[in-house]
Write a protein that binds this ligand. Structure first.
Ligand SMILES: *[C@@H]1O[C@H](CO)[C@@H](O)[C@H](O)[C@H]1NC(C)=O
Ligand SMILES: *[C@@H]1O[C@H](CO)[C@@H](O)[C@H](O)[C@H]1NC(C)=O
Ligand SMILES: *[C@@H]1O[C@H](CO)[C@@H](O)[C@H](O)[C@H]1NC(C)=O
Ligand SMILES: *[C@@H]1O[C@H](CO)[C@@H](O)[C@H](O)[C@H]1NC(C)=O
Ligand SMILES: *[C@@H]1O[C@H](CO)[C@@H](O)[C@H](O)[C@H]1NC(C)=O
Length: 227
């Protein structure tokens, strides 16, 4: 079996460490106002923002809580959930979270048993990548670009639709989110022959704390290796 080399769009990481925090303000009102001011494209960011007043807030939050220990009333909840559907939504969220001293938790799929991607002890915004899912397969060159919220089952399916002799060494469970699978060095059934999924990543895009979109070349080899 041939395998597919791989590139991915990996989104905000390394952000929390760079944010300081102070208690006491009306963070989320300011944050929301900031978001609406920053959002100037046709798909308004307000369509992907959920406050606790929003009737869908709980279902979005609970959608990938698998460890029910974190589905309790005393689990700290995000002030706001953002489900970005375009890059500018991330950039606005990063800008406004920094400005209003909110931390960001980023969630890319369904296998976080420790709540690390959706629980924090400080006021925070949850960025859920549920709308950031696309797979663009170039079968001829055996590469694909995949967005970080995609699940590996969908990646397998999209590749197989293009060419049944190509594959990617993803995870065992089809519902694993690709962004966290890659960045946590996840492995699966093709591991012994093709190493981890991360070993087959040839490029990546990320948005840094200054909202710049960086690829492998502009982020440098050290950061690329880290992610
Ligand atoms: C608004 O959009 C334009 C073009 O898409 C961009 O150059 C500009 O920086 C945006 N402004 C804000 C405040 O995001
Ligand atoms: C909840 O949020 C969604 C997405 O931002 C929005 O479309 C919907 O109108 C909101 N509903 C309420 C009741 O605020
Ligand atoms: C919910 O709505 C009430 C009244 O409309 C408002 O005072 C409050 O700030 C809102 N809370 C959130 C979390 O948006
Ligand atoms: C999580 O808690 C909510 C509120 O108590 C409940 O409605 C929901 O069914 C729970 N989710 C699961 C998967 O048990
Ligand atoms: C599928 O990929 C293999 C390996 O790259 C190639 O030899 C074959 O021609 C491809 N088949 C189709 C139908 O594109």
């Amino acid at each position: 079996m041939k395998f597919l080399q791989f590139s991915m769009l990996l989104l905000p990481i390394l952000l929390d460490a760079l944010l300081s925090f102070s208690m006491g303000a009306s963070y989320h009102e300011d944050f929301l106002q900031c978001l609406s001011l920053r959002s100037n494209d046709s798909t308004s960011i307000s369509n992907v923002v959920y406050t606790r007043n929003n009737s869908s807030y709980s279902s979005v939050l609970e959608s990938t809580i698998r460890n029910l220990r974190f589905n309790s009333t005393d689990t700290p909840k995000p002030l706001v959930i953002v489900t970005p559907s375009r890059t500018s939504h991330f950039q606005a969220t990063i800008y406004c979270a920094r400005k209003h001293r909110l931390q960001i938790r980023t969630r890319s799929g369904g296998h976080d048993y420790e709540g690390l991607s959706y629980v924090a002890k400080v006021p925070f915004v949850l960025v859920d990548l549920v709308n950031f899912r696309s797979v663009d397969v170039d079968a001829e060159n055996r590469v694909a670009w995949v967005q970080a919220g995609e699940i590996v089952g969908e990646v397998y399916y999209r590749i197989a639709k293009k060419n049944r002799t190509l594959a990617f060494p993803g995870g065992v469970y089809y519902t694993i989110g690709l962004g966290s699978f890659i960045s946590s060095r996840g492995f699966g059934l093709l591991f012994r022959k093709y190493d981890t999924g991360g070993d087959n990543v040839i490029d990546a895009q990320l948005i840094d704390v200054n909202r710049r979109i960086l690829d492998r070349k502009s982020m440098g080899e050290d950061l690329f290796w880290v992610i």
